[in-house]
Design a protein around this ligand. Structure first.
Ligand SMILES: NC(=O)c1ccc[n+]([C@@H]2O[C@H](COP(=O)([O-])OP(=O)(O)OC[C@H]3O[C@@H](n4cnc5c(N)ncnc54)[C@H](OP(=O)(O)O)[C@@H]3O)[C@@H](O)[C@H]2O)c1
Length: 362
């Protein structure tokens, strides 16, 4: 009996790699990974896992999506909105769902983010294109699923900012070491970020594919916790013994001197075009993003997580920033990345988009 095959979009990405690891590790599933470059280091690393085949192409092509879904049983689709921009992402996410249905896919998992604009009661200060672009399609997919589930079932995998980005290069929360103090200067106020550990994605997505009866129609919203940055900094200090702090920055100052300031006026979506009135720039998109975490109001506010459910389906999940730092300190040293202290002094990318210099075709 051959292993059921999952067509994966976004497989070479920060999120896709642990997702694929979870699917193929015991050979229960095989995967077909869509990538624009089958020769990239990340594509080749995936191939080395076994039970992995690569398909060269783009999510912005019906022909490539059809070839991808063909011969597969299931799908995991994470469309990169930071390539396409919100408007184009919405179109291709819809087409990916429809073409999966057309091709006879039996279970479709959509890589989702919170529909923060709607969840906030359509408050414009929360508008963030890379969240809303996914979140409104997530709702649309669950709605389609009500009538389509007899042929293709569907679930959402709703994540949030990867905690790996708090120590990585060129992210919206890259820290600086200032006079020996690791310093996160971000416009978060007394808010908290629903950070997600990438390693936990391995377990969660595998769980969805292993429990399709229960997962059908589910929006699996995951996070380590609602993490205030005072807690993040204290956790770093506890684990490494090096001083760390959080400084609540004004949005003005953040966009003048923060880690993404040089790119503030660039389109959010390196293949989107600011001549299109539907496009957002990075400043506008991530102002909404920071407002979401600053004003969300903790669990029970705008962005909610059911931690009891997460404990049930992933008993060994990472529950605090400190636990993540502790694991990452050990893992980083073991695999030669260095200690956390060395890594914040010389941050490296965790996102493929950063490695690629925000370039590449749609
Ligand atoms: N950063 C975060 O904290 C975070 C958290 C949750 C969700 N997200 C969402 O996840 C998406 C990005 O994925 P990621 O976080 O894994 O980032 P990433 O590490 O930068 O990876 C981007 C992925 O998208 C693929 N891709 C880009 N353009 C493509 C195209 N035209 N056709 C096919 N594949 C394409 C890339 O594949 P190739 O380069 O191999 O073609 C790669 O696998 C974004 O929509 C983002 O909003 C991000």
């Amino acid at each position: 009996m051959s292993a059921p095959k999952v067509f994966v979009v976004g497989g070479t990405g920060a999120q896709g790699i642990p997702v694929i690891r979870g699917l193929v590790k015991d050979r229960t599933f095989s995967v077909k990974v869509l990538t624009r470059d089958t020769t990239s280091k990340r594509a080749q690393q995936l191939l080395a896992l076994g039970n992995v085949e690569l398909l060269e192409g783009t999510f912005a092509s019906e022909a490539d999506l059809r070839t991808g879904f063909s011969g597969c049983d299931y799908a995991f689709v994470n469309i990169d909105g930071f390539n396409s921009g919100e408007k184009t992402e919405i179109f291709w996410a819809i087409r990916a769902y429809e073409l999966a249905f057309e091709a006879g896919i039996k279970f479709f998992v959509y890589g989702n983010l919170d529909f923060v604009y709607k969840k906030s009661g359509y408050d414009s200060k929360f508008r963030s294109g890379h969240y809303d672009g996914k979140g409104r399609i997530g709702e649309w997919i669950l709605d389609q699923n009500r009538t389509n589930q007899n042929r293709m079932r569907a679930a959402l995998f709703t994540t949030g900012p990867y905690i790996e980005m708090t120590i990585a290069a060129r992210t919206v929360m890259t820290p600086k070491v200032e006079n020996g103090v690791v310093t996160w200067r971000v416009p978060l106020g007394d808010g908290a970020v629903c950070h997600v550990a990438l390693d936990d994605c391995e377990h969660y997505v595998r769980w969805l594919f292993d429990h399709q009866d229960r997962a059908n129609g589910m929006d699996l919203e995951v996070a380590i916790g609602h993490i205030p940055y005072v807690e993040l900094a204290a956790a770093f200090e506890n684990v490494t013994g090096h001083p760390a702090r959080y400084i609540d920055e004004s949005l003005d100052e953040y966009w003048k001197t923060g880690p993404m300031a040089p790119a503030a006026d660039a389109p959010c979506g390196y293949n989107s075009n600011l001549a299109d009135p539907a496009a957002m720039n990075i400043r506008t998109n991530f102002t909404g993003f920071w407002n979401m975490w600053k004003y969300s109001g903790g669990n029970g506010g705008v962005i909610k997580r059911d931690y009891a459910l997460l404990d049930e389906i992933h008993p060994n999940r990472i529950r605090t920033a400190e636990e993540w730092f502790r694991r990452e300190e050990k893992r980083g040293i073991e695999v030669g990345l260095g200690s956390l202290w060395e890594r914040v002094n010389n941050p490296k990318p965790t996102l493929k988009i950063v490695e690629d210099g925000a370039k590449g075709r749609l």
